[in-house]
Design a protein around this ligand. Structure first.
Ligand code: MRU
Length: 357
């Protein structure tokens, strides 16, 4: 598994430098590779809100570094706990749907609470080390996801994917895109349909960037091309990521994922979801309980800063939708592949998550 991983070309979207966190500015990719420098937790929070860094696992890792940044900067022993907690609460208000954010922040908060008896220097060290561990842990989860996902894609040549689920969205190879990268190493004939993913174009900008770097054959399609490709039998499998998967398998992911799942069912195409266990939320029983982030209408009216219609027109811009578990053929976790009924299979393979690194 390691040998394969070494040949995969990943783009690390985060550089931890202790006094600052550098974030690869994903709003400018692939045309410009620019690093956004975050010197405070507030700057980290803004980088997440403004989607300079995005993708469920990457958001969690970034937030953990934001807390570490704050911990390293506070020198007042008495105020340390409150000021670090303040950063955790601020970072928790950035984006509501991806549960990985809350997983990472909970880890950081527990570490803060549990180490209150240590010296200030030791507490800082522990928090920084934990942020780095959360990052490294996700890297290892990604390679396991790639391994399982590639098994499902075995023998398939025409794969459709949505949004960006690669190294830009995670701490490693990615989730759904890791499966494609691994499968492409074995089967050079793989061809990917990368849906552009309006309104933020994660597909045409970010997934295309990663596929090109990995020399995987692909075409960008506008989102509305998917149905006719399926009808023409030019899609053999669909694989996507997730921002939150609840107990019954209902899955929140990038807006537009649900329509692909409906189309897949209509055309009898397997529809796979790949996500680490940090994306599972067993506290929610069904998808209707998931909070869907509503983003600024400007992203629709003025995508990539260029107006495509009158700037005063109203627009509705939910960032995610929920695909019912009943439309999902299999959910890939780092622990293995889950099949319906998900209430049982997710419970069997999804519990007892521990930060093992
Ligand atoms: O709004 P984004 O770009 O953060 O949304 C990203 C997605 O929906 C991804 O599919 C999901 O986070 C999984 S990334 C491994």
């Amino acid at each position: 598994m390691k040998k394969n991983a070494e040949r995969i070309s990943n783009v690390n979207p985060l550089r931890w430098k202790r006094h600052q966190l550098d974030v690869l500015e994903q709003r400018k990719l692939p045309l410009v590779e620019h690093w956004r420098i975050c010197r405070t937790y507030e700057e980290v929070a803004q980088a997440i809100e403004q989607m300079s860094v995005r993708g469920a696992p990457a958001i969690g890792i970034t937030a953990a570094y934001g807390v570490a940044l704050q911990a390293l900067q506070v020198s007042d022993v008495v105020k340390f706990k409150d000021l670090v907690l303040k950063s955790i609460h601020r970072l928790a208000r950035t984006r509501p749907t991806a549960v990985n954010l809350f997983y990472a922040l909970n880890q950081m908060e527990n570490e803060l609470i549990n180490n209150g008896h240590l010296s200030l220097a030791e507490q800082k060290k522990k928090l920084e080390e934990l942020a780095v561990r959360i990052h490294r842990h996700d890297e290892s989860l990604c390679s396991q996801l790639g391994h399982w996902g590639a098994q499902l894609l075995q023998g398939k040549k025409e794969i459709l994917t949505y949004c960006n689920t690669g190294s830009l969205a995670t701490g490693g190879e990615g989730t759904a895109l890791a499966a494609i990268k691994r499968a492409a190493q074995k089967n050079k004939q793989i061809h990917v349909w990368a849906c552009e993913t309006r309104p933020y174009f994660q597909g045409s900008r970010l997934t295309a960037y990663e596929l090109a770097k990995n020399k995987i054959d692909f075409h960008i399609i506008t989102d509305n091309v998917a149905a006719s490709l399926m009808k023409q039998k030019r899609v053999e499998a669909i694989i996507v990521g997730a921002d939150r998967i609840v107990a019954n398998g209902d899955t929140a992911n990038k807006i537009g994922t649900y329509s692909l799942a409906v189309l897949a069912r209509m055309h009898q195409i397997p529809f796979y979801v790949s996500a680490p266990r940090t994306t599972l939320d067993f506290q929610k029983k069904q998808g209707s309980e998931i909070q869907i982030e509503l983003r600024n209408s400007k992203e629709v009216i003025c995508p990539q800063g260029r107006a495509v219609t009158c700037e005063n027109y109203p627009a509705y811009n939910p960032a995610f939708d929920v695909t019912p578990g009943t439309l999902i053929t299999a959910i890939i976790l780092e622990t293995g592949i889950c099949y319906p009924p998900y209430r049982a299979s997710l419970k069997a393979k999804g519990q007892n998550l521990k930060l093992t690194l």
